[in-house]
Design a protein around this ligand. Sequence first.
Ligand code: NDP
Length: 248
Amino acid sequence: MTGDPIADTVVAVTGASSGIGEATARLLAARGARLVLGARRKDRLDRLAAELVAAGSHAVALSVDVTRRRDVETLVETATNEFGGLDVLVNNAGISKIGPLSDGDVDGWSAMIDVNLRGVLHGIAAAAPVFRRQGHGHFVTTVSTAGLKIVPDMGVYAATKNAVRTVMEALRQESTDGVIRTTSISPGFVRTELDGSIDDPVLRARIRSNMDEFGLPPEAVARAVAFAIEQPPDVEIGEIVLRPTVQG
Ligand code: NDP
């Protein structure tokens, strides 16, 4: 199409209904990628897909809860049915039910494990066979600086993100035949709707104020995703860490 290496690539994005996933979808669509968008808020996804299609892009939206293995399989199948394959899976959906361990919020911990870790595993299980069949494919996963600098209140969230980092490194080492590329992207504070999943009102207000005060725009993370994807097939960007310059 344009000589842009991203043009015509087929990219599925989980958590595309807001924040980093939405910004990634917009940027990749503008560069000619064909998109399959998944999240639970189907109304938001439909609006986004309609906007992208009206602007001349190819985009399909479907209701996906990443905690359900079958939903994630359907996301991958939709890419192969609609566009003949899947080049990149952006495993981005995530929630942040943060709080001190002393709260004993087992339900919140379980929810984070289900979305942030199990959801990513569902993506790997669904897309890896397609990648192997095609002879190429790329997993891009949104991790977090919360896993790099451990701070109070974010222990279990950070643990889910570090579990994913571990899985991605294992996947990299199991994929040195050149078929599968893996990229973990760790953003610091980004101005998104992630605070919406925090149940504790005081913590939620603190995170919201950090996001508003110095958070990166989600487009900054989208550019990092595009950078990883646009590399030639023999170049694997394993890790990208990006923070607001003022973040400690
Ligand atoms: P948002 O809350 O704006 O986006 C999160 C996305 O995940 C939404 O599209 C949401 O869609 C989706 N999602 C949540 N639960 C599920 C589920 N069960 N199944 C499918 N989709 C789901 O926040 P961000 O854009 O910030 O979050 C994106 C990723 O970035 C997350 O993994 C987050 O942990 C990570 N991150 C964010 C940082 C930040 O400061 N914002 C910093 C570091 C990492 P819906 O509700 O419609 O399902």
